[in-house]
Design a binder for this molecule. Structure first.
Ligand code: NIG
Ligand code: FE
Length: 450
């Protein structure tokens, strides 16, 4: 097996994104230089597998009896085994034992770093309270803010790691992690450092998102604009200077921030050339999706209350719709996101867990895919694209990962399935046998005897 070396090692502190769809100049250069025909050699040749390349807008991109050659952590060759270039030499060969390889899954929206849990609010909701009522009484997001502020960095890491491991066991090779439970410079920095540490410790690609505009902290009660001043003027520049921010998000909602306040956060992000995203139209229509689209944001997320104007703006600006069926399910929301209208408008649809203690204590992206099909009526193919190639678009890293294409990172998942539709079909079953993280094997399970 290939071993970790300087070039393959995952950077715990990648440089900030320069713009939509591209990570940075150096990565773009290395992408261009990747050799599409490694006639002489590669680190690893994977054979005896079927491939779902997810490389075209429609379909799975199926290649039966395929092969993948990996070089320096990237995909050097992909195609049918019978088309392998004559004379290709591999330092090592991996027998996929008839399994399927897909791109490694990408969870493009999580709040997975937090302390404590909110099972008592779950109980309160089952006794009749609503999510908004609990938030209004000082619970909800603020309960997690108190627990997260009180936790040491080590405690926060210790509590978050098992949740991330649960995602990794299902073939996740990239996840987004938001801040937003600190709401001071110091505690937002603590959350984002924990996110970076998770990436380095578990060797998974982590994209961080600063969500300082998640809720109004009690110190600023009645002074939301002053808090937004602090978010834009103090917190974001300092965190970005530390290399802790890959993107910026806000919660545009009755119980969050107004569109005008959200727009100020976007302006601050764009001054620092950081990409933006938005929690939009989750509980009501604030026209947040159109706002983030107009600012050329990467994605608008949730979208149960999305309007026709919002859809049109997203289609015009190619803003990704990130659907979060776990939150819809857990809040027993009854209003569905307008999936058919999004489809018809050609808006790309991603799926994520939204893993968080209040609205989606969910650490299974496979279950989110299943829910996207059962609750939102996505097809299994759409759900897999939503958790791979389109999730990569939602993070602005589609040129680097999310599909089995020459030059992209060798982030792969190996499944014991007969067809990729099984990934969305099964409920609570994990057929992931192994994953490759930038070419490095992460074995999950032994091969079952036939
Ligand atoms: O994505 N909507 C805002 N943020 C989270 C919920 C956070 C919480 O309740 O702790 C979400 O649903
Ligand atoms: Fe969220």
């Amino acid at each position: 097996m290939p071993s970790v070396d300087g070039e393959n090692a995952l950077s715990p502190n990648p440089s900030p994104a320069r713009g939509r769809g591209e990570q940075n100049e150096s990565l773009r250069d290395s992408h261009v230089k990747a050799d599409p025909h490694p006639a002489s050699g590669c680190d690893l040749l994977i054979v005896n597998v079927d491939l779902a390349t997810m490389s075209a807008p429609q379909g799975y991109g199926e290649i039966r009896d395929g092969a993948l050659a990996l070089s320096a952590g990237r995909i050097g060759w992909v195609g049918r085994r019978s088309d392998l270039p004559a004379g290709i030499r591999a330092a090592d060969t991996f027998d996929g034992n008839g399994g399927w390889i897909t791109p490694g899954l990408i969870d493009c929206h999580t709040h997975i770093v937090y302390a404590g849990n909110r099972s008592s609010e779950f109980e309160a909701r089952l006794n009749g309270a609503t999510y908004e009522e609990i938030a209004g009484a000082g619970g909800g997001i603020m309960a997690t803010v108190r627990a997260t502020r009180a936790a040491s960095e080590a405690q926060l890491l210790h509590q978050s790691l098992p949740r991330v491991r649960s995602l990794l066991a299902e073939g996740v090779t990239t996840l987004e992690i938001k801040s937003g439970y600190g709401l001071t410079l110091e505690s937002e920095a603590k959350m984002l450092r924990v996110a970076r540490t998770i990436g380095a410790l578990l060797a998974v690609d982590v994209k961080t998102t600063f969500l300082g505009a998640h809720a109004l902290p009690p110190e600023y009660a009645g002074r939301a604009d002053a808090y937004i001043d602090a978010v834009c003027g103090d917190m974001l520049p300092a965190l970005a200077a530390e290399g802790l921010v890959d993107a910026v998000d806000a919660f545009c909602e009755n119980i969050g921030f107004t569109p005008a306040q959200t727009e100020r956060v976007f302006a601050a992000a764009q001054r620092l050339q950081l990409p933006i995203k938005l929690h939009a139209e989750q509980l009501s229509n604030q026209n947040g999706a159109a706002l983030v689209a107009r600012h050329d944001g990467l994605s608008a997320d949730h979208l149960e209350y999305l309007s026709e104007a919002g859809i049109a703006a997203m289609a015009q600006h190619r803003t990704v719709a990130v659907l979060l069926p776990g939150a819809y399910y857990f809040l027993r929301e009854t209003r569905l996101p307008p999936v058919q209208a999004l489809r018809e408008a050609g808006v790309p649809i991603a799926i994520a867990t939204d893993c968080n203690p209040g609205t989606a204590p969910l650490t299974s992206l496979l279950l989110a895919m299943n829910m996207a099909c059962t609750l939102f009526r996505l097809t299994p193919q759409e759900a897999l694209a939503g958790a791979t190639s389109i999730a990569a678009q939602a993070l602005g890293i589609a040129s680097e990962t999310g599909s089995l294409v020459v030059g992209k990172h060798a982030n792969l998942a190996l499944w014991d399935i007969g067809h990729p539709s099984e990934l969305s079909y099964a409920i609570g079953f994990n057929p992931c046998r192994a994953a490759f993280q930038r070419g490095i094997l992460r074995q999950n399970k032994p091969v079952e005897a036939a």
